[in-house]
Design a protein around this ligand. Sequence first.
Ligand SMILES: Cc1ncc(COP(=O)(O)O)c(C=O)c1O
Length: 434
Amino acid sequence: MKLYSDRTFSIDTENAFKIGPHIDVVENLSGNVVKLNLGEPDFPVPTHIKDEIKRQLDLDNTHYCDPQGLLTLREAISNQISETRGIAVDPERVVVFPGGKPSIGLSQQVYCNPGDEVIYPSPGFPIYESFVRYVGAVPIPLHLNENSNFAFTPEALAKLINPKTKLIYLNFPSNPTGGVVSHKQLEDIAEVILERCSEEVRVYSDEIYENIVFDDQNHTSIASVSGMESRTIIASGFSKTYAWTGGRIGYALFPSREEASIFKNLNINYFSCVTPYNQEGARVALESHLSEKCIGNMVETFQVRRDAILKKLNSISGISCTKPGGAFYLFANISSVCNKLGLVDYYANLSSTDRAQTSPAGLFQMFALYYHNIAVLDRQSFGKIGSEGQHYIRLSIASDLTVLEDGINKLSDAGQDHSGIAKFLDSRPDLELS
Ligand SMILES: Cc1ncc(COP(=O)(O)O)c(C=O)c1O
């Protein structure tokens, strides 16, 4: 008899969290690591939100509450979605979750039977791919290419849709590419979905970066396209917009009350309810006029950093990076660095078992960390299936400009360190930690 169920090892992970122990090892060995791996804004939670949380604690709002989410918060969410997406929203269609993440996997549990197909962007947030095999479904990556600025064409999506398609993830602004879309592009995508998918196919529109959009562009949702509201789950949360990753508040708007009640029951089964005093803080985040200024300052800061760091990154020989329209990441092409450092050849000569554990960009990521004290994430951290031959790293710009510049200098040094890479590949210190 085996200890673990067969499904246990079919779930993947999020490397942003897994790299932490490696960073600890390096910091113990050789001091500070510049951490450009993190997906969280480097801003404090706005004061008016913190004040409300404290006030709620003093009111002893610390008990079990509605598993669907406090009605006060669901009403605030409904109003915000109505205003920003131009659709009428019933709070009974809204469910609150502990973060933006849980509804990703729960949606696969709710909508997919074994054998159903799940389409998701790759590179994309790793949790979309991570869950698919765990629920017995089939992962169908929708590859985003640098040549087309990491957008995808309606035709590319159309080719992946068939009668087994059950769930389609979209994520704009996107992690890790920072890609955004126009309303016209969403209309074209919607046309394909409306034409090819039955009404039971759900679009999971992950809009968690909805407020972090640059160059005076506006966020737009596929749910606003005529005919799409009844097929779309709008998911968002408070982690990114309010720099509140530890608050663990996210939400989703479902097409029907019935679907919302099914997710509510999963909440009851998994965690009962979401921390009520934080939910009231989240309500204030949405309702207070003070939030707009805080968000505006943060986005402006990200845009200044994006422009400065993009320029610096693109001036490094062997690295090139497209301009992201939103979120707070740069997704840089390091093909030339991987080739020059011999990582592509080294990788090709590994056994198939060892190759399955890494990639040329993954080797560079670990080399840069262990030998140059700079933490970034490799391409495979954003979906593994079909990512062979793609050599990219993601850098978060959620740090001060001086820290970011230091990090870019370190990356540049790593990209030219031929003697260092030879030593690294000889000793592979990253393998000592499983
Ligand atoms: C695209 C995307 N969706 C969801 C999440 C999860 O957010 P949360 O921390 O609120 O669970 C993240 C976090 O990085 C993300 O990038």
